[in-house]
Design a protein around this ligand. Structure first.
Ligand code: TXA
Ligand code: MG
Length: 321
């Protein structure tokens, strides 16, 4: 059931059940983060492999301190600046945090989401919430309550409807190692925003550097193949007969299936509409989806990351243009 009652959501969570919750990034599939049965239900509802740990959500920096043994000065400064918000911190876990939440790791990822209903919900509960994105593993993340219902609506008793997500892309995961801030997953808070308030160097971590989260190779995938091209206009001119759904960064219509992510290449708008437009593209009668590679600045890095993980290499027979 979809509804707007925080009390109703709390009732289910107190009983050990799961609830879809709104955040500013994407919708979460929430359960009691300190309850082993609720955590097990999350893995099962999402068809998520047990080795992939869950983010712990709480309502304030003060409460976050209960779940870690060490929040460095640098990370505390970041949390002060960006919580509530799309920043998740990887820190050593305290004994309160069950091993199954972190898939056996001594570190936990903590965040304070920015959404009034979910903050009210968290304040009303005597425990924090574990909440991965509320989709079946490896499918497109949900940014509305209806998206959650389409994917897992028949597996959970309640979805708290807080409207469309304001940012539309997952949180940025950051940790501190050897006097550096490492971005383990690009997200709603850009590297530039982190660097702006930190004296430590900020660096993005690739798979090979460190075991980084959210780095399953194929992820956020559409059902139709999604191809990234360097120049969408040129691609259209050179492949006019293919039955393609174009995801475009302008209002120019390329084929009958053109879907506009932003009229004027606005990166926040593109992030905001990306996942819902990927879903729309999947529901067209096109054979495949084509999108242009994105500028990798600000939130563009997170968009590039999601597109890369959703994409398939261009067929050899197609001109790489
Ligand atoms: O914006 C978000 O972060 C959303 C909303 C619902 O808060 N949540 C989200 O959760 O994106 P999920 O589970 O879809 O992605 C969290 C990522 C996963 O890739 C997981 O591997 C990583 O964070 N992660 C969580 N805990 C970790 C840990 N202890 N160590 C390493 N990686 C961790
Ligand atoms: Mg996810």
């Amino acid at each position: 059931m979809i509804g707007k009652s925080v009390e109703q959501a709390a009732k289910h969570l107190l009983q050990g059940d799961l609830v879809g919750i709104p955040t500013e990034s994407v919708y979460g599939l929430a359960g009691n983060a300190l309850n082993l049965e609720a955590i097990a239900k999350i893995y099962s509802v999402k068809d998520r492999p047990q080795f992939n740990p869950l983010i712990l959500h709480t309502h304030s920096l003060d409460t976050a301190f209960q779940y870690t043994t060490q929040l460095s000065t640098e990370l505390t400064t970041l949390a002060d600046a960006y919580w509530p918000g799309s920043l998740s911190l990887l820190v050593p876990k305290s004994d309160l945090v069950p091993d199954v939440l972190t898939a056996g790791s001594p570190d936990v990822v903590i965040r304070v989401p920015h959404h009034t209903m979910t903050l009210d919900l968290l304040k009303s509960l005597p425990f924090p919430l574990a909440a991965p994105s509320a989709n079946i593993s490896n499918t497109v993340s949900p940014t509305t309550a209806n998206h959650v219902a389409e994917g897992i609506g028949n597996r959970i008793p309640y979805i708290l409807d807080g409207g469309a997500c304001a940012i539309g892309i997952e949180s940025t995961i950051v940790t501190e190692r050897n006097n550096e801030l490492l971005v383990l997953r690009e997200g709603g808070i850009s590297q530039e925003m982190i660097q702006a308030i930190s004296s430590l160097p900020v660096r993005s971590v690739k798979n090979s550097d460190m075991k980084a989260p959210g780095q399953l190779k194929k992820h956020y995938a559409t059902r139709k193949p999604l191809y990234i091209v360097p120049d969408i206009e040129h691609f259209y001119q050179t492949h006019p007969t293919l039955n393609i759904c174009y995801l475009s960064y302008s209002d120019r219509v390329l084929s009958q299936h053109t879907i506009c992510l932003s009229k004027s290449y606005n990166l926040s708008e593109i992030a905001n509409s990306l996942f819902s437009c990927m879903r729309k593209a999947d529901n067209t009668t096109a054979d495949c989806i084509v999108i242009e590679q994105i500028k990798t600045q600000g939130i563009g890095r997170a968009i590039a990351d999601r597109l890369h993980r959703a994409s398939t290499p261009l067929p050899d027979s197609w001109e790489k243009s």
